[in-house]
Write a protein that binds this ligand. Structure first.
Ligand SMILES: CC(C)(COP(=O)(O)OP(=O)(O)OC[C@H]1O[C@@H](n2cnc3c(N)ncnc32)[C@H](O)[C@@H]1OP(=O)(O)O)[C@@H](O)C(=O)NCCC(=O)NCCSC(=O)/C=C/CCCCCCCCCCCCC(=O)O
Length: 727
């Protein structure tokens, strides 16, 4: 709802719709009603619009999108017009954030004043839509086309001070000031000053003459950075109309753009992603604990064991979260090198103004270098980040168990290994869990937390809380080889080399993936992270080319189909970008260049096995790359390793750069339609049989299709649970 009050001659209309004052239908109704009251009251000379509680309105109510209620009048644009038309000065008093429809309301006001700490922006593009309440037409009239294109096509939130420097905010109220009081005084001082030029629909766009040049510039930048998403392009096209058309016609172009975007699968995927991102913090470990009931232990100190690339990144994340951080290496040279890197990184963050001088000093003094496990006996949490080897990890956990105080939680940053087996090396399995960071750990936003069979509620709650304190998208999953992310990714890489055998070169496969929206294709990613990583994993499994006894068929491992092309590359020293050659060659830069030598390796291999390469469509490449991964996602859901499809999707968006505008693998499957996905999987399974088990259809997927067709993604787990409870 909204509240109406009077301070002498000034009317105050305050939106009151916790937690974020979203402009839900009932709020919109109140706003129009109270604007009419204020307009009609002759004792009112000016009107202040503000938000109660945490913030000014942060936009339309996203829950209403794709429901008819979002279009129910009064719409936000009706309120914007009423604010602008008012014969009395209207002033937006901004604290917290004025975003989306919230900022559009403020743009309808004649004046805007804001707390110095507040943020402003039009982030609709991140929901796959555009600012559909006049924002595309009004913002360029205030801050110019160039800035408006940047603000709207990328959707960033900007400090109010930046808005003030561009003329969007008329006055800034210093930290600690009273925004409402300041707005009342400001509004009163504007009475009688004339509102003509303060009504933005009357104003022209200052840099309209540069429209074509700016359009070309921004289309190019957006194309490079938003990877095939539709909304940024439509935003730019609609903003362009502000320079070429009347306000009224520009508004019509905005309405049409909004309709196009609202009808797209992209906006549905982005809105799903917005809520999924928030949903993952409401974790559930069935039969053990959930976010609502379990209490985290207070963690003041963290020890990071192992200062390789991962350990260094984890230590920086711990320091950023304000923890006293013990960094552990038994070898003094390795310790010194790790500490030097971490200290240097903090200084770089300070130089780049990413942290203040005080924060940098606090982080520096919180680093405690240690060269023996005895030195971390009293820490609250240990995160082990040594080499990915079960024997070594078990040895370390055994030692940590002996020296650390009983309450210390012991976590492993393993990316694949069995947490229960690691826990078995200790006498405190209830205090053991996995914290799988993604490289570089101080930059990547994903943290995949793993609970073991014996992890306690407190242990799980604590690692989830630490993820939050590190500002990570923290997803809780169960224990299995590779957990969620890498278990699914394994089949993506398996199938990719089968495609090489049969039909395509690496660059052709990668192009299909980048056209789909990935920043990089699978082979470029392999080169970037190092092809030796997969080779080591295959060596651990005993399946590389070199490990086979003489006479083993090159393309078989037992009954399973195998392709050794990745082994050949590593054995020829093609480890990837770090050595300048892998699936591609690199000539002094990070740009991958298709390499005739790689083609030769593939061609010779095909000839040896009498494989005649065939034409392959982009559609087939995409299906073969993505559907095994999706199929595995369903198996993970049916085993209870992931609690919900959106947990998987967030892991893929934040850990594997899955394009957000398609929602993630599970949401993408829903968009395609589960019956169609299953049909393709079944065809491959029929053709490949037991030699390619990743094509064996998941029973959950099959059951859903047979019984419900393509149910909404929110219903997959409830339907399955209902079915299981009956059987
Ligand atoms: C930065 C934030 C504001 C705050 O972040 P933080 O402090 O971390 O808090 P959160 O955890 O994110 O949020 C707390 C809870 O609040 C919920 N929330 C937040 N924002 C909204 C919102 N806008 N709507 C609903 N709910 C919201 C959030 O989910 C949390 O809930 P819970 O605790 O998890 O349950 C951050 O929250 C943030 O970034 N918010 C979003 C800001 C944003 O994107 N704003 C833009 C919104 S879109 C908009 O404003 C569009 C305007 C134009 C409208 C024009 C409409 C015309 C329609 C006509 C067309 C009709 C066609 C009809 C056909 C059809 O509909 O299909």
């Amino acid at each position: 709802m909204a509240l109406y009050s009077r301070e002498d001659d000034v009317a105050i209309i305050a939106v009151n719709n916790p937690p974020m004052n979203a402009l839900s239908h009932h709020v919109r109704k109140d706003l129009i009603k109270f604007l009419k009251v204020a307009e009609a009251d002759e004792n009112v000379t000016a009107i202040v619009l503000c938000g109660d509680g945490r913030t000014f309105p942060v936009g339309a109510d996203i829950k209403e999108f794709h429901k008819s209620v979002s279009a129910l009048g009064p719409t936000i644009i009706d309120i914007v017009h009423a604010l602008e038309k008012s014969s009395k000065p209207t002033v937006a008093a901004i604290h917290g954030s004025a975003l989306g429809g919230g900022l559009e309301l403020a743009l309808g006001c004649h004046y805007r004043i804001a707390m110095s700490t507040s943020k402003v922006g039009l982030p609709e593009v991140k929901l796959g839509i555009l600012p559909g309440a006049g924002g595309t037409q009004r913002l360029p009239r205030v801050i110019g086309l160039d800035n408006a294109m940047k603000w709207i096509a990328y959707g960033h939130h900007h400090p109010a001070g930046v808005g003030a420097s561009l003329g969007l905010i008329d006055r800034i109220v210093a930290k600690g000031g009273d925004i409402r009081r300041s707005a009342i005084l400001f509004a009163r001082s504007m009475v009688g000053k004339g509102l003509g030029q303060r009504r933005l629909s009357n104003v022209s766009v200052p840099d309209a003459s540069k429209v074509e040049e700016l359009m070309a510039k921004h289309l190019k930048e957006v194309g490079l950075r938003t990877r095939g998403a539709l909304a940024p392009v439509v935003c730019l096209q609609v903003i362009k109309s502000s320079a070429l058309l009347s306000y009224k016609d520009g508004l019509e172009s905005e309405r049409q753009g909004m309709m196009t975007l609202l009808a797209s699968s992209e906006s549905k995927a982005q809105i799903y992603s917005f809520f999924s991102e928030r949903q993952v913090s409401k974790w559930n470990a069935p039969g053990i604990a959930n976010h609502a009931t379990a209490k985290p232990m207070q963690v003041r100190s963290i020890a990071v064991v192992g200062l390789g690339t991962m350990g260094r990144g984890i230590a920086i994340s711990s320091l950023k979260a304000g923890k006293k951080t013990y960094v552990v290496e038994l070898n003094s040279k390795a310790l010194a090198a790790g500490v030097k890197y971490i200290r240097g990184y903090i200084e770089t963050m300070k130089k780049r103004a990413q942290i203040s001088e005080e924060q940098a000093a606090a982080m520096q003094s919180a680093i405690i270098p240690v060269s023996s496990y005895n030195g971390i006996a009293n820490v609250d949490l240990v995160i082990e980040a040594v080499f990915e080897n079960m024997k070594i990890k078990k040895e370390i956990f055994g030692k940590l168990d002996k020296v650390c105080k009983p309450s210390t939680i012991l976590a492993s940053n393993t990316s694949t290994l069995d947490i229960d087996e690691i826990a078995s090396a200790t006498k405190r399995p209830e205090k053991v869990a996995g914290m799988h960071f993604f490289a570089p750990a101080h930059i990547m936003l994903l943290l995949e937390n793993i609970y073991g069979r014996k992890s306690s509620a407190e242990t799980i709650a604590t690692i989830m809380d630490i993820g939050k304190q590190m500002k990570k998208i923290t997803v809780l999953v169960g224990n299995c080889v590779g957990f969620v992310g890498n278990r699914m990714y394994g089949y993506y890489t398996t199938e990719s080399v089968f495609i090489l055998e049969e039909a395509a070169y690496p660059e052709q496969v990668d192009k299909v993936l980048t056209d789909y929206g990935f920043a990089m294709g699978r082979f470029q990613v392999g080169d970037l992270s190092g092809n030796d990583i997969g080779y080591k994993i295959r060596t651990g499994l005993g399946i590389t080319h070199k490990q086979q006894p003489a006479g083993t068929p090159e393309r078989k491992r037992g009954v399973l189909r195998y392709c050794p092309l990745g082994d050949f590359l590593v054995e020829k020293g093609r480890l990837g970008l770090k050595v300048g050659k892998g699936w591609y060659k690199y000539e002094g830069s990070r740009t991958p260049i298709p390499d005739p030598e790689v083609r030769k390796i593939i061609d010779e291999y095909r000839t040896r096995h009498h494989i005649v390469p065939r034409d392959i469509s982009s559609e087939e490449v995409l299906q073969r790359m993505l559907y095994p991964l999706i199929n595995e996602g369903f198996k993970i859901l049916e085993e209870g390793i992931a609690a919900n499809p959106w947990d998987i999707d967030m892991i893929y968006q934040y850990g594997y750069a899955w394009p957000r505008h398609t929602g993630g693998p599970m949401y993408y499957a829903f968009t395609i339609g589960l019956p169609q996905v299953l049909k393709v999987i079944e065809e491959h399974w029929k053709a490949a049989g037991a030699s390619e088990p990743h094509w064996q259809p998941s029973t959950m997927l099959t059951w859903l299709v047979e019984n419900h067709g393509n149910p909404d993604i929110s219903q997959w787990m409830p339907l399955m649970q209902k079915h299981k409870s009956k059987t």
